[in-house]
Ligand binder design. Structure first.
Ligand code: CA
Ligand code: CA
Length: 86
């Protein structure tokens, strides 16, 4: 797979904007929970809100390098880039 960084960054931004429903410029844990709940609903699976909450908390903790409990576009991009261009 080729790695066009500009293209990957564009896709990351589009994905970020999709999750950042309130357009605050940050992904908050509540927004990720909404996305996961919607995903489970679409798949017709029963979602366990407590399980989702703990999964999202772990996910945000992983990405949140400055510990403000939300994920900036830069944190999100840095994280995805590790996998996208290796
Ligand atoms: Ca937000
Ligand atoms: Ca952060």
């Amino acid at each position: 797979m080729s790695c066009d960084k500009a293209q990957v960054q564009k896709e990351i931004k589009a994905c970020f904007d999709l999750v950042d429903k309130d357009k605050s410029g940050f992904i908050e844990s509540g927004e990720v929970e909404q996305v996961l709940l919607q995903y489970y609903q679409q798949k017709g699976k029963k979602a366990d809100p407590a399980k989702i909450k703990s999964e999202v908390a772990a996910f945000v903790k992983d990405l949140d390098s400055d510990n403000d409990n939300k994920v900036s576009l830069k944190e999100f991009t840095d994280f995805v880039m590790q996998f996208a261009c290796s």
